[in-house]
Design a protein around this ligand. Structure first.
Ligand code: EPU
Length: 416
């Protein structure tokens, strides 16, 4: 199995171009199921998760063609299968997003129930509640959930929690339903807006994406489109943290500054200097790192997908920081690995108390999930000596070419 090996202690210097967003491109690829015409997607990141979702669509009958390294053509003229089997859903939970479009297009969808994962239990009750409100019958047996409806009808749906996946799944299903659907307490993440823009570019009628109330006017026959995926705010944020921990000076190109506001605010509090440039953002750190408290929340709050990377950073800041995770109940697996590198972290329920130490030391550590893996790379960049990260397949799921990108800005990092 591949490993990533880092010699720490080198300030990062130079420019990195951020790739298209994983959490935007996955639902966008799925939304191609809503149209029988060709959909061209630009700025597709090279990720294991993108390959998995393309495999799922392929199983359903989609024709997928890579035009170049970052462009996909997807045509779903003949969808002949309504099932997302266990192998795919257990590999990648985002596979459940095919449920909404399949239900809307074929009148039936059968999905392996996702179950728990490394960061929490992650149920799909809100997705199902939404489909039921649109008129679907839901049944469960043999570890699979089936939704059926001869036609979907628009409805008013209140989400008990602003779930990103539920908002996306309902938005897609409602786009082919009869009449108007209103999602209340919808997720406001930029990836929701990108999905809505994609569906609207196919002829959909979605208003209010990016706010708590989304209105979808359903219709038939969505058309062909060409769409460019938004930049990955979590990849950008991860590199910003890498610049800060290494005492470096990085320019990040292809970013939407607005999407990074909560991360920027905390980085400035910690001691980074951030400047908007013509092409993106410049992040420098010259002074000491200061402890801060961070609480993860749905957007526009601080993203849970940046919590692990901040834990790595705060483990070398002066003072005591408290990181509170409110989105997922079990997203602290990286703490034990960071402790093996010398970090002083105590987990108390949903909070991590991080006492900053003056140095981390390289060790052999294991990535338990995608963002935990990113946190270990970040810690390795600052640690004395060699950090050897195993289970890097988790990192490949969501970071496009991270080893080469870090190499170009001076990191001593290699893959074996
Ligand atoms: N939840 C429910 N019921 C549901 C759906 C969600 O209780 O029906 C709970 C979850 O268990 C969790 C919380 O609501 O505690 C948030 O879940 P949400 O549905 O918002 O997350 P998701 O759609 O499963 C997406 C991202 C995650 C990101 C979260 C939160 C994708 C493919 N995944 O997951 O990304 O952490 O939103 O922002 O978009 C990552 O990239 O590393 C990652 C995990």
């Amino acid at each position: 199995m591949d490993r990533i090996i880092i010699q720490g202690g080198i300030p990062l210097n130079g420019a990195i171009t951020v790739s298209g967003a994983k959490n935007a491109v996955l639902p966008i690829i799925v939304a191609c199921l809503l149209s029988g015409e060709n959909c061209r997607i630009l700025d597709v990141p090279k990720l294991a998760d993108v390959e998995t979702i393309c495999d799922v669509l392929g199983e359903l009958g989609a024709q997928i063609r890579a035009i170049d390294a970052q462009t996909l053509d997807i045509k779903c003229s003949e969808i002949n299968n309504y099932e997302a089997p266990y192998d795919y859903v257990s590999k990648m939970r985002a596979s459940v997003l095919v449920m909404g479009p399949l239900l809307a297009r074929l009148g039936k969808a059968r999905i392996s129930l996702p179950g728990g994962c490394a960061i929490g239990t992650r149920p799909i009750d809100l997705h199902l509640k939404g489909f039921e409100a649109l008129g679907a019958r839901i049944s469960m047996e043999h570890g699979y959930v089936t939704a059926e409806a001869s036609r979907l009808t628009g409805a008013r749906i209140y989400l008990d929690y602003p779930s990103v996946g539920a908002t996306e799944n309902i938005m897609m299903a409602a786009s082919l339903a009869e009449g108007i659907t209103i999602i209340e307490n919808a997720a406001e993440e930029p990836e929701i807006v990108d999905l809505a823009n994609f569906i609207n570019s196919m002829g959909g009628k979605i208003k209010g994406a990016g706010t708590k109330i989304i209105k979808i006017e359903g219709g038939k026959d969505l058309d062909s489109t060409v769409h460019t995926v938004i930049p990955d705010r979590i990849e950008a944020g991860s590199f910003m943290v890498a610049a800060a921990i290494s005492g470096g000076d990085l320019v990040l190109e292809n970013v939407i500054v607005d999407h990074l506001k909560p991360v920027m605010a905390k980085l400035i509090e910690i001691g980074a200097e951030i400047e908007e440039t013509a092409s993106g953002l410049r992040v420098r750190r010259r002074g000491p790192l200061r402890a801060v408290d961070v609480k993860t929340l749905p957007y526009p709050g601080f993203p849970t997908d940046m919590q692990a990377q901040f834990m790595a950073l705060l483990s070398v800041a002066q003072g005591t920081s408290i990181l509170t995770e409110t989105v997922f109940e079990n997203r602290f697996m990286h703490a034990e690995e960071l402790k093996r590198m010398g970090a002083d972290i105590k987990i108390e329920g949903r909070s991590a108390v991080v006492d900053g130490t003056s140095r981390l030391t390289g060790a052999t550590v294991k990535a338990s999930d995608l963002r935990a893996g990113a946190a270990l790379i970040i810690a390795g960049l600052a640690a004395e000596g060699e950090t050897d990260i195993t289970n890097v397949f988790h990192i490949d799921r969501g970071y496009d070419n991270i080893v080469d990108k870090l190499k170009t800005v001076g990191a001593q990092i290699r893959r074996e």
